[in-house]
Design a protein around this ligand. Structure first.
Ligand code: ADP
Ligand code: ZN
Length: 801
């Protein structure tokens, strides 16, 4: 019967706020309920974290305005785990609680909106800020104004603007134009899908495409992907898909796949040994952390699937984290095949309505297994027996905006609470994890060989210092002779290749030959990237863009040259070198389109293209058995970054992309182009020597007192006023300096000194003791800062730019 409660709000403040509770909600504890209350001039929603907190005498409390749940949304374990995580990462508890909940509020009061035909047609060309909202309507049918406004940049104002434009309308208002869109939802999975497709390759492809999307598709979208309306109608007749015109809800009663029998494989002896150990720990109900250190292609996925089965057999749930699920739809497919309706798949292409439904299914015990990215670590599953973090070294597990938490650590915290197994898998473990296993804090399980004793691919270096460049390449050849010769052979034999380009766009910068101007972004201290297809100069940091100029801003010179290479230029050169060889490009520009990444991956899977050209995304977990060659256009890009992890990241990237090669019958070859063939990270990658690399790199980290030997925090100060940002940084660096347990760098401009118009200063803090860092930060960093300088703290920073 609480008279007061404290609420954690999703705002960048670490403290909670206390309110009095009106009589009608004083029936039982409110802890874990979502509630709204006034904060500053707004009404916000947050999570109640305490009943009847201590209130200082004489403080007049404001009242809770509403309680949104009938039962707690956040149970005691998630509350405690997020609290520990907040402390561990100096992050706002309320923001972590929000990350643990679906973004969607129960849409109660007021107007509900639906999408119009014009809106449906506009979805895929709409500006990104509107697309989210339109997609949500498309998927959910009708959405309440409050929930919709949360998705809109510009809130209710934007809703009105979209209504005027004729893209959305309040429910009940007549349509302006009658023509509708058709939404295609997948009904048949696995064997059912194969039966429905029969011998039609195109039909099978369409079903796979839908499955990899993980959501219903517009008929137009299918047409754009090369599937005709006639084909779609035929699939509907066979019961493989349902067709619903857009203004009705997509069929909710879509039957899930039947739970299929277990895997077709006999485990290798190494797999069997590793699995037995994991199974033993699941049964023992003790927190047991493992590092599954298995070379690429050693069959880690099969161990994950069987370990999950072991957890299920014990009546327990499972959480499986993967870096980019849209790129590896095969994981979700096998999970669905083996666990049927008990499994839910979360990823960025899952709309808010489905996300809310999945959350409810987990909360109410219908779904017991989840696969998803970082945020899936907060899945509300009861009695979790295993947390799997696949590719545990992957940078995507760290959120690089507030709340800055690491999903690997979140999984560890929750695994302790559940007395569960924590299974971290990688061929190239993070040095933190490696070090922990060396110290015995994590138990290592090794899979030293590929499945069926397939050899690891041969990795060879191409010394760019000895390669002639074309005149326009400015001494940096894009496709060296050895690389083009290898690729020519691959394509001739009908095999596939992957080409890793260092960045997206056409060229990293535009250079004026007359005055040397490199056309920096007007808001950031970086040069703008040339995107030729859209004829734009784009800043990859703040997103600003403008047409590619014909004359230099500075001197009026006309000789402007695009320097260096990105995916677009690599593709252009590729097309010239290998006319007639079909290829696809995979980078965040292609992946941003919903389903874009899935379409590219499936075109590689089904052999529609012979080459995949892309950024780091091409290195992530794919299994294309017909890929026999990999070209790394430049191994030096990351190596040259001002970051103590540059070598580690370079090693991981080369080893991971190399791991995509030779996964089928035929042997693989990897060519790594570099100006630094003697670099230890590159040399270790040549021999797949993760252990050797770790040993050398750990020496370096120890000598220079970097993680994992030091705990580290970055304090970042950002302001439109350079002097203020600098002064604030100096002040806090001074305040921290006397702390004996800390090593504090002098305040200095961040490598990326200006970002989106803000000047940025940095203070790095290191210590043997994380506790000492956190305690010092608590003392030194004010919760609110009147100076107009935004201060943010990043514990275990992954990105020091
Ligand atoms: P990793 O994740 O370690 O890179 P995968 O899990 O992708 O490796 O396994 C590589 C391939 O080997 C996959 O096609 C997988 O289905 C297959 N595979 C796994 N275990 C076995 C096994 N015991 N026998 C035969 N094939 C297997
Ligand atoms: Zn910029």
């Amino acid at each position: 019967m609480p008279e007061t409660v404290s609420i954690a709000f999703p705002v960048p403040l670490r403290r909670t706020f206390t309110y009095s509770v009106p009589g009608r909600w004083r029936e039982g504890s409110l802890v874990g309920f979502r509630a709204t209350a006034p904060l500053g001039g707004r009404t916000l929603y947050g999570v109640v974290v305490e009943d009847d907190p201590a209130v200082p005498e004489g403080v007049a409390l404001r009242e809770v305005t509403s309680v949104l749940d009938d039962a707690p949304s956040v149970d005691a374990e998630l509350r405690e785990s997020t609290r520990i995580l907040a402390e561990r990462f100096f992050a706002p508890w309320g923001e972590l609680l929000r990350a643990a909940l679906p973004a969607r509020l129960p849409s109660g009061e007021g107007t509900r909106y639906e999408i119009t035909g014009a809106g449906a047609a506009a979805v895929f060309d709409a500006p990104p800020s509107d697309r989210l909202l339109l997609e949500e309507l498309l998927e959910s049918g009708r959405v309440g104004a409050p929930a919709l406004a949360e998705l809109a940049e510009g809130g209710r104002e934007r809703l009105r603007a979209l209504e005027l434009r004729g893209w959305i309308r309040p429910v009940g208002k007549p349509a302006r134009e009658p023509k509708g869109q058709v939404v295609v939802s997948l009904l048949a999975h696995g064997d059912d899908a194969r039966t429905a497709a029969g011998r039609s390759k195109k039909a099978a492809e369409a079903l796979r495409f839908l499955e990899s999307l993980g959501r219903p598709a517009l008929s137009e979208e299918l047409r754009a992907a090369g599937f005709s309306p006639a084909l779609v109608r035929k699939l509907a007749e066979k019961g493989a898909v349902s067709l619903v015109s857009h203004d009705r809800r997509p069929d909710e009663a879509a039957a899930g796949p039947p739970a299929a029998p277990a895997s077709p494989f006999t485990l290798s002896p190494e797999q069997a040994a590793a699995l037995a150990t994991v199974e033993g720990s699941v049964a023992a109900r003790e927190f047991s952390p493992f590092l599954l250190f298995g070379v690429t292609g050693s069959g880690k996925t099969e161990i994950y699937l069987r370990a999950i089965a072991a957890a299920r057999a014990a009546g327990r749930g499972a959480v499986w984290l993967v870096p980019e699920i849209a790129l590896t739809p095969i994981f979700a497919r096998s999970l669905r095949e083996r666990f049927g309706d008990e499994a839910v798949v979360l990823h960025s292409a899952v709309g808010e309505a489905n996300r809310a439904r999945a959350w409810k299914d987990m909360k109410e015990g219908r779904a017991r297994v989840v696969i998803g990215p970082r945020s899936a670590v907060f899945s509300p599953i009861d009695d979790i027996g295993i947390f799997i973090v696949d590719e545990e070294h992957d940078a995507s597990y760290k959120q690089d905006e507030s709340p800055r938490y690491e999903a690997r650590d979140a999984a560890a915290i929750r695994a302790q609470a559940h007395r569960a197994v924590l299974l971290l898998g990688s061929a190239t473990p993070a040095l933190e994890t490696w070090h922990a296993s060396a110290e015995g804090r994590i138990r290592r399980l090794d899979l030293p060989e590929r499945i069926e004793r397939r050899p690891l691919p041969e990795v060879v270096v191409v010394d760019l210092r000895r390669e002639p460049a074309l005149p326009e390449e400015k001494g940096i050849p894009l496709f060296s002779r050895p690389l083009s010769e290898t690729l020519a052979g691959v394509f001739e034999r009908g095999e596939q290749a992957i080409i890793l380009a260092p960045r997206r766009g056409y060229a990293p910068f535009l250079l004026c030959r007359a005055c040397g101007n490199a056309f920096p972004c007007l808001n950031c201290s970086v040069s703008s990237v040339v995107h030729r297809r859209e004829n734009a100069l784009r800043c990859h940091y703040c997103g600003s863009r403008r047409p590619v100029p014909v004359r230099c801003d500075a001197c009026g010179g006309k000789h402007l040259e695009a320097v260096g290479a990105g995916t677009e230029r690599a593709a252009e050169r590729f097309a010239a070198l290998f006319p007639g060889v079909r290829f696809a490009v995979l980078d965040s520009d292609t992946a941003r389109q919903r389903g874009g990444a899935a379409a590219v991956v499936s075109s590689m899977e089904n052999g529609n293209v012979q080459a995949l050209i892309g950024t780091q995304m091409v290195a992530k977990g794919h299994h294309f058995p017909n890929v026999t060659a990999i070209g790394v256009l430049s191994a030096d890009t990351i190596l040259n970054f001002p970051d103590f992890r540059a070598a580690e990241k370079t090693f991981q990237l080369i080893a991971q992309v190399a791991g995509r090669s030779g996964r089928g019958e035929r042997k693989g070859l990897v060519l790594v182009q570099t100006f630094h063939p003697e670099n230890p990270a590159i040399r270790a990658a040549l021999t797949h020597d993760a252990a050797g690399f770790a040993a050398g790199e750990l020496e370096f980290r120890k000598t220079f007192f970097y993680p994992p030997f030091a705990e580290m925090a970055e304090i970042l100060f950002a302001s439109t006023d350079r002097e203020r940002a600098s002064a604030a940084a100096h002040e806090i660096a001074e305040a921290l300096r006397p702390e004996e347990a800390l090593r504090v760098t002098p305040a200095a401009a961040a490598p990326l000194e200006r970002l989106a118009g803000k000047w940025r200063f940095q203070v790095l803090v290191r210590s043997r003791s994380r506790k000492a860092i956190l305690a010092a930060l608590l003392r030194a960093i004010p919760e609110t800062n009147p100076s107009g300088v935004a201060v943010s703290v990043d514990i275990d920073p992954r990105n020091l730019m």
